[in-house]
Design a protein around this ligand. Sequence first.
Ligand code: AMP
Length: 303
Amino acid sequence: MSIVVVGTVAFDSIDTIHGSYHNVLGGSATHFALAASFFTRPQLVSVVGDDFPEDFMETLQSRDLDLDGLEVKKGKTFRWHGRYHADMNQRDTLDTQLGLYGDYSPVLPEAYRQTDCVFLANGLPAMQSAVLDQVESPKLVFLDTMNLWIDTALDDLKAVLKRVDGVVLNDSEAQQLTGLHNTIAAAHKLHDFGPRFVVVKKGEHGALATHDGQTFVLPAFPTDAVIDPTGAGDTFAGGMLGSLVRDGLDQLDFTKLRRAVAYGVVMGSFNVEGVTFTRLMTLTRSEIDHRLREFANIIDIPF
Ligand code: AMP
């Protein structure tokens, strides 16, 4: 079973206190797909321009990804520039250039349309809806979004939220979308927008999941080797959805969701240990499972 992921494949420029990285490969769909590829073979849907370098394409091709849905067109690839504060939980977006992505209307390859699972990674809400129009009867659809789209495309975002099973977003976005300043209250309120699963990422403070009146919280995996958090949220989502697909989407219950959130936290913790996704390029499945076990031991609560 696979996951169709639609989102950005991008040039990123990143400033951190450890260094600056100019025009590196990034994008919400890139980070998600690389993480999910440890669990399944993701089918990537996006668009890049004729400025997209051959070595970026080779990096994507070097992983177990289905790239039939990645279009290369004449024009400019999506670009994003972010700057992290000394407190790496804080980041400012300095520039976003949509390029071809601005009026991208994805056409899913025939083989993707029967997928059981769709991840609408951070991107234009209208484009996220256009993808849902093309999939036949997915068992699980999750969506991510960010402040740019809450600010500029709120109606489209609300419309697509009504069509998804789950939403995964960070705490400030949950608060902005609901107008509530308490993250727990915001998570519960998000169900009113449509999704039955709500997952809120809280950076170094971990994640929170709510479903059917139940609440689950996890801290982040404790690591002090934080080099670059770019893509950690998408990597979290890739681990989470990857785990759900691997566990099977029938009888999707809160136990499966809790395990999936734990895999998400673990994958996110690997991501922050290198610039963009570099740590994932050397990561092995056994390291992932080893860290999950270590994590389970760390949070064991005697009572
Ligand atoms: P994260 O750190 O998980 O929020 O993801 C950062 C990645 O998302 C970067 O690689 C960016 O290229 C990409 N990105 C940033 N802003 C947007 C946006 N507005 N829409 C889609 N992707 C974005």
